[in-house]
Ligand binder design. Structure first.
Ligand code: AMP
Length: 145
């Protein structure tokens, strides 16, 4: 799928927002949802999305909705680093298949990095849900800390 296209209400993140597909949630308010990536590239890899904005990518995003997602992305990045103490953290976002996008609902990745631990392959290798649930609890516990 290219940069141009129509938002598909059947995409997996739209299903997660509607509660039609499972997710391990880390944060939720009226506008923004964050959940663990099920094919994590590192321990603590999570995703942040708008619940209201039907934007496939950054180019289509409503600026007000984007501002809310970015503010929560910062909050969660702080929580992830406080909880898991990584040596670094990637915050990334892909637009269009050639750029690496596989799900066409705008999302931000938060990926902790540890020195000497290589980054896992993108969207490969499913995580154990119990482990994700424990990580989500560790991270969300630091949200108000
Ligand atoms: P991107 O390639 O930037 O579009 O990222 C999509 C991300 O969504 C990948 O990192 C996938 O591992 C992740 N992903 C796909 N399906 C699910 C799902 N059902 N729950 C959580 N993460 C998912």
């Amino acid at each position: 799928m290219s940069l141009e296209g129509v938002y598909d209400d059947g995409n997996i993140f739209a299903k997660i927002i509607r509660g039609e597909a499972p997710s391990v949630k880390v944060y939720e308010d009226g506008d923004v949802l964050a959940f663990m990536d099920v094919f994590p590239q590192a321990r603590g890899h999570l995703l942040v999305i708008s619940k209201t904005d039907k934007a496939r990518n950054l180019l289509e995003a409503d600026p007000a909705a984007l501002a809310k997602v970015v503010a929560i992305t910062q909050k969660l990045t702080r929580a992830v680093t406080a909880a898991l103490k990584p040596d670094g953290v990637i915050v990334s976002q892909f637009n269009g298949a050639p750029a690496g996008q596989t799900v066409y609902h705008l999302h931000f990745h938060i990926i902790p990095r540890w020195e000497g631990t290589p980054l896992g392959r993108h969207a490969e290798g499913m995580a154990d849900v119990e482990e994700l649930t424990a990580l989500a609890a560790q991270i969300s516990a630091k949200l108000d800390a």
